[in-house]
Design a protein around this ligand. Structure first.
Ligand SMILES: [Zn+2]
Length: 66
């Protein structure tokens, strides 16, 4: 969606910061940093959960062999 001035703004509706025309990204730097941080946290959360599941599965495997 383009506005009349042709200015691009940050896609974050709460931010709406005007982006330079040469700017490649849809989100401003601050929002991109926040977004990256959120993704990292999510991945770490998934990783931790996967680790717990794996450990539990291995534990079951070992116990079942005894
Ligand atoms: Zn922004």
């Amino acid at each position: 969606m383009k506005n009349k001035s042709g200015k691009r703004v940050c896609k974050n509706k709460k931010c709406q910061k005007v982006l330079p025309s040469s700017y490649k990204h849809r989100y401003c730097e601050a929002c991109r940093n926040k977004h990256a941080y959120a993704i990292r946290n999510t991945l770490e959360g998934i990783g931790a959960l996967a680790g717990i599941v794996l450990v539990t599965a291995i534990g079951r495997e070992i116990n079942s062999k005894k």
